[in-house]
Design a protein around this ligand. Structure first.
Ligand SMILES: Cc1cc2nc3c(=O)[nH]c(=O)nc-3n(C[C@H](O)[C@H](O)[C@H](O)COP(=O)(O)OP(=O)(O)OC[C@H]3O[C@@H](n4cnc5c(N)ncnc54)[C@H](O)[C@@H]3O)c2cc1C
Length: 506
């Protein structure tokens, strides 16, 4: 083991592995460690959103999820007779503005296995059965102690960036004395993962079961696997409740006992918590270390991947161009509010299920709770941070995700646009982009891609054709959020000057 790394990633769940690969891809010297010997062998997270696929596409890991996923018909709320309450949200056959289906259900042991193999064959140093045991910040450099759990030997290492992707009981969070805000939604549920032993159609929709006797969830996941989750009530005896006999009863509306094998039954406490700080000194929290939410939105792992996508480009730019602290401080500014939205809306879905289950009349459920239902809201833009003038802006679309148009060959996908945008900033227009020599030098110094979009991309994409007009230029960030765009009020030179200031070059 070397004694000095550019970045050390603690925890190799899906979020830490994604982060380590992002940094390694750009030439950083990365150490990635996990206290466990191998991947967690049972499914935990099951859903991957359109943005999640887009983020994994940036590492060419989209194939891993395509191979190991099924696209659901949609999602909705049902009553105790499994009849839909209102219209479900339809997901099949659609590609969103991100250029991927709205949701895919994957089998995590399969995807984690392939991603671990990818990590092991990368340039990252990967140490399993090694645990972070101490952190000692010393200015620009962070010192940390890593213990080899096989022989208790302690290594003292140094790095510029320490990333805590070490899950809900994060040691990095504990050592950095970062408190958590509790949003007060703690419920015990049982999670039941099964493998189907027979061909049986159980429906393509993920459903939230609003049964007054016991609320629950069914997720079709990746065949032949299926998942159910049921609330545990205060009067339940946990041992009896989690017995195989009781599981047979819980699943009896769908399956006979001989039709499945139980893979996992775990009592899991759904929390809603948010770390008060996502950054302290040179240490950063991502994934479950920074936030935890009940799984009703299927966004737990996605929120973590958004953290990694957001932080990685800032770290890479700081590392490559010595930009200083200004850029990195924006990680928490951009991510904390966004993660709060996911935590609050996830628990909102739980409260809506409880309200539907316990009302005499569906019409009496308060409108603000109904607004938490699937299809009633979109994942918001980023509010503040590295954008023109430091803020999101509806007119210039800063803070929103730049759409990813697709070129089709009949029904076949020929090309997704992000492959042309690359991993750094990009300027995108439909006409030639004219720059001064100074602007050209600056943009090429930060490896900016200049792209003139061809008609095929625009015509095939509703979002793109609505927002692009002759002469308009978009400045797009490495994570594909729009930095800003030109208009009568904002010239290209103003956009570029503003970018220099905001990333710390002016
Ligand atoms: C047992 C369990 C069940 C879950 N069930 C569900 C579910 O049903 N539905 C759902 O949506 N989500 C579930 N989740 C959460 C979901 O898996 C996470 O949101 C997702 O995996 C993203 O997590 P992560 O990579 O941030 O952290 P994790 O996947 O938890 O990975 C953290 C990693 O850090 C390692 N680690 C911890 N401390 C140290 C240390 N000091 N030194 C070195 N390594 C360390 C751990 O071994 C682990 O591999 C579950 C999580 C767990 C742990």
């Amino acid at each position: 083991m070397e004694s000095r790394y550019d970045a050390i990633v603690i925890g190799l769940g899906p979020v830490g592995s994604f982060m380590a690969l992002k940094l390694e891809q750009q030439g950083m010297k990365v150490l990635a460690i996990d206290k466990e010997k191998d991947i967690y062998p049972l499914p935990r997270a099951v859903s991957m959103s359109d943005q999640g696929m887009r983020m994994h596409q940036s590492l060419c890991l989209d194939d891993v999820y395509i191979r190991n996923s099924d696209i659901p018909g949609g999602a909705g709320f049902v009553d105790e007779n499994l009849e839909f309450i209102g219209d479900p949200m339809i997901m099949k056959g659609l590609n969103t503005h991100n250029g991927w289906p709205p949701m895919q259900f994957f089998h995590q042991p399969y995807t984690d296995r392939e991603i671990r193999e990818r990590l092991l064959s990368s340039e990252c140093d990967v140490f399993v059965e090694h645990e972070l045991t101490n952190i000692d910040d010393a200015g620009q450099i962070t010192k940390c102690s890593i213990t080899n759990l096989q022989n208790n030997k302690v290594f003292n290492l140094e790095c510029r960036y320490l990333i805590g992707a070490d899950g809900a009981n994060s040691k990095v969070r504990e050592l950095k004395k970062i408190e958590q805000e509790d949003l007060n939604y703690d419920r015990d549920w049982i999670i039941i993962d099964i493998e189907l032993l027979v061909e049986k159609e159980l429906g393509e929709f993920a459903i939230q079961i609003c049964d007054p006797n016991r609320i629950g969830t069914f997720i079709p996941t990746h065949s032949p696997f299926k998942r159910w989750e049921f609330e545990i009530r205060d009067d339940d005896d946990i041992n009896e409740f989690s017995s195989d006999e009781n599981i047979k009863k819980l699943l009896s509306p769908w399956l006979k006992p001989e039709e499945y094998k139980i893979l996992r039954k775990a009592i899991y406490q759904f929390h809603s918590v948010l770390a008060n700080e996502f950054q302290k000194d040179n240490c950063y929290l991502i994934g479950d270390a920074a936030h935890q939410n009940p799984p009703f939105m299927g966004e737990g792992m996605m929120t973590g991947c958004r953290d990694a996508e957001n932080l990685s480009w800032k770290i890479i730019m700081d590392y490559k161009y010595s930009l200083g602290e200004r850029l990195l401080k924006n990680y928490q500014i951009e991510r904390k509010d966004h993660a709060r939205f996911i935590v609050e809306n996830s628990l909102g879905i739980g409260l809506l299920m409880e309200a539907y289950a316990h009302t005499e009349n569906i019409e009496d459920v308060p409108a603000e709770l109904v607004a938490k239902g699937y299809g009633s809201f979109a994942i918001p833009p980023l509010n503040e941070g590295v954008f023109y003038n430091g803020k999101s802006d509806e007119k210039h679309l800063s803070g929103q995700l730049f759409p990813q148009p697709i070129k089709f060959n009949g029904n076949e996908i020929k090309q997704r646009c992000d492959y042309l945008l690359g991993d750094n900033f990009s300027l995108v227009s439909t006409t030639e982009i004219i720059l001064t020599k100074e602007e050209e030098d600056f943009l090429s110094s930060i490896d900016t891609k200049i792209l003139v979009l061809d008609k095929e991309f625009i015509e095939s994409n509703l979002w793109m054709s609505a927002m692009i007009e002759e002469g308009k230029i978009y400045l797009v960030r490495p994570d594909k959020y729009i930095y800003g765009s030109t208009s009568k009020e904002i010239s290209l030179s103003q956009l570029i000057e503003d970018l220099k200031t905001r990333i710390g070059l002016n």
